[in-house]
Design a protein around this ligand. Structure first.
Ligand SMILES: [Zn+2]
Length: 432
C-alpha cells in the first residue's frame, strides 16, 4: 500500500466511523434505536448518559438491558405486564440469554454459550443461576429437577479429550448429560455488556460518570472501502459485470465526476478484497484512480471490560469500604491503602473489574481500585502509584449480580419457567 492511501484512510476516517457506528447500533441486539445509545464520545472512551426505556414498543423477549443509570428494580418494573404461561424450550431461553449478553462481547480466550446440550428436547421449567458450577451446586440442580444451569463462570474451559469420572469438571459434564440438564455460561459477555456485572459493581460505590476501561468493538467482519473512477457509463457497466462474474456481490454508489466520468464507491469484506482489486486492475482508469481505505470496527459504547467512575460526590475510603460491603453483602473486605492515603482520604475516581482485575486495572489512574483479586505485586504497584485497593475475593465481586440477572430473566421469560438462585454456590475462600 502506498503512503497516499494511508493518509487518505486517516483523513476519511471520521465519516465512515460515524456511519458504521450507526449501523452497528441498529443491529446490536441490546439496543432498540440509536437514541438509546446517546453516548458522548470522549478521548478513547465513552461516558454513559441517562437512557429512558419507558416508551418503547417491543416484544417482551427482547427488552433492552436496563441502563446503568436506572435503578435495576425500577427498570424491571416497567416491563412486568403481559406474562404468559406458554412453555419455553431451550432454544427460546438461549435466545433470551444471548440478547441479555451477546456472546460476541466475550473475550476471545473465553468459552461462553451453551456448553452442555441434553439429547431430549423438553420444555424448560426450572433454571438455576450460579456463579460457579461445583459438585454441591450440581447436587442442588439434580435434587430440584433443574433443566438449565446458567453458570456465570464456564465449568468447561479447556479442550477435553476424554470424559472421565476422576476429573471433577468432566464428572459434572457427565452428570449434566445424564440428568438432561443443559449448561450455559455468559461469563465475560456479561461483564462487558452495558448494564452488566461491571456496571453493577461500580454502581455500588456511588453514582458517577462511568466509562469503560477496555472498550469493546463491534463484531462486524473487517472490511475495506474502495474508491475509483471510470470514464463513462459503458466502462462502469463492464467493470461491475466483471465483478459480478468474479462472484463479488457488492453494494456500490456512484457520483458524477467533473470530467463526465463516474466516481464509484464500494465497501467490501476482507474475504473478497483480493478478487475485487484483481478485477479492477484490468481497467486502466479504475486501476490508476483506485484508493483503498481500511474501515476500523466501530466501538460499542458502554461495552467492554472494566469500568471507571468519576463520582458525583467524593467519598472517604472508609465510606467506600462501607458501601462496597453493603452492596456485596460481605462482612469483610481486604484493603491496601495507597501511598499517603488514610481511611479519611478522598476518593473521586474509582476503577473496577469484576473477578480478577490485575491486567485490566494495570496502570489505570484512580484513587481506588475495586476487584475480586490481584496479585501481591500488582497491589504493591497500585499502592506505590497512590491508589488504594479493595479486594473482595474473586467470586464475591460477581455473585451478587445473579439477583439482577434473575430479575431481568423473570420479566422476559414465561411464567412457566421458575428461576432459582443457587443456595450452595459460594466463594471457596472465607475470612475467619
Ligand atoms: Zn470471575
Amino acid at each position: 500500500m502506498c503512503p497516499g492511501w494511508v493518509k487518505a484512510s486517516l483523513r476519511r476516517f471520521t465519516l465512515p466511523f460515524k456511519l458504521a457506528c450507526s449501523v452497528s447500533f441498529y443491529t446490536h441486539p441490546l439496543t432498540l434505536s440509536h437514541s438509546f445509545l446517546s453516548a458522548q464520545k470522549t478521548i478513547g472512551s465513552y461516558f454513559y448518559s441517562t437512557s429512558v426505556y419507558a416508551n418503547c414498543k417491543i416484544s417482551k423477549k427482547f427488552l433492552p438491558t436496563p441502563s446503568f443509570s436506572c435503578s435495576f428494580s425500577q427498570s424491571a418494573s416497567l416491563f412486568q405486564s403481559n406474562h404468559s404461561c406458554e412453555p419455553m424450550d431451550l432454544s427460546e431461553l438461549l435466545e433470551v440469554l444471548e440478547h441479555l449478553a451477546p456472546l460476541s462481547l466475550a473475550e476471545p480466550w473465553d468459552n461462553v454459550g451453551l456448553l452442555v446440550e441434553p439429547s431430549k428436547i423438553h420444555p424448560v421449567k426450572i433454571v438455576l443461576l450460579t456463579n460457579d458450577l461445583t459438585i454441591p451446586v450440581m447436587e442442588e440442580a439434580e435434587a430440584m429437577n433443574c433443566d438449565l444451569i446458567v453458570s456465570y463462570h464456564p465449568p468447561l474451559f479447556r479442550p477435553i479429550k476424554r470424559l472421565l469420572q476422576r476429573d471433577w469438571k468432566q464428572q459434572l459434564a457427565i452428570r449434566a448429560v445424564k440428568a438432561g440438564i443443559a449448561v450455559y455460561s455468559p461469563h465475560t459477555a456479561l461483564d462487558s455488556v452495558r448494564g452488566g456485572v461491571n456496571d453493577w459493581l461500580i454502581g455500588g460505590v456511588g453514582s458517577g460518570r462511568v466509562s469503560v476501561l477496555s472498550q469493546a468493538a463491534s463484531s462486524i467482519p473487517p472490511s475495506h472501502k474502495l474508491e475509483f473512477t471510470v470514464r463513462n457509463q459503458e466502462e462502469l457497466k463492464m467493470t461491475l459485470a466483471e465483478l459480478m462474474d468474479a462472484g463479488v456481490k457488492l453494494p456500490y454508489t456512484t457520483t458524477r465526476s467533473d470530467d463526465d466520468g463516474y466516481n464509484v464507491c464500494l465497501t467490501c469484506p476482507d474475504s473478497v478484497l483480493a478478487a475485487t482489486v484483481q478485477t479492477l486492475s484490468r481497467y486502466v482508469t479504475p486501476k490508476e484512480s483506485l484508493a483503498i481505505l481500511q474501515l476500523t470496527k466501530p466501538p460499542l459504547p458502554g461495552c467492554g471490560q472494566g469500568r471507571q467512575s468519576i463520582l458525583d460526590e467524593p467519598i472517604s475510603i472508609a465510606t467506600a469500604v462501607h458501601r462496597i460491603k453493603s452492596h456485596l453483602g460481605l462482612s469483610h473486605v481486604r484493603l491496601a491503602l495507597g501511598d499517603q492515603h488514610t481511611l479519611e482520604s478522598e476518593v473521586t475516581t474509582v476503577a473496577v473489574c469484576a473477578g480478577s482485575g490485575g491486567s485490566v486495572l494495570q496502570g489505570v489512574k484512580a484513587d481506588l481500585y475495586l476487584t475480586g483479586e490481584m496479585s501481591h505485586h500488582e497491589v504493591l504497584d497500585a499502592v506505590a502509584a497512590g491508589t488504594s485497593v479493595i479486594l473482595t475475593d474473586h467470586s464475591n465481586s460477581e455473585r451478587g449480580f445473579l439477583s439482577v440477572l434473575r430479575e431481568r430473566l423473570s420479566v422476559r421469560l414465561s411464567d412457566s419457567v421458575s428461576i432459582k438462585l443457587s443456595q450452595r454456590d459460594r466463594d471457596p475462600l472465607e475470612i475467619l
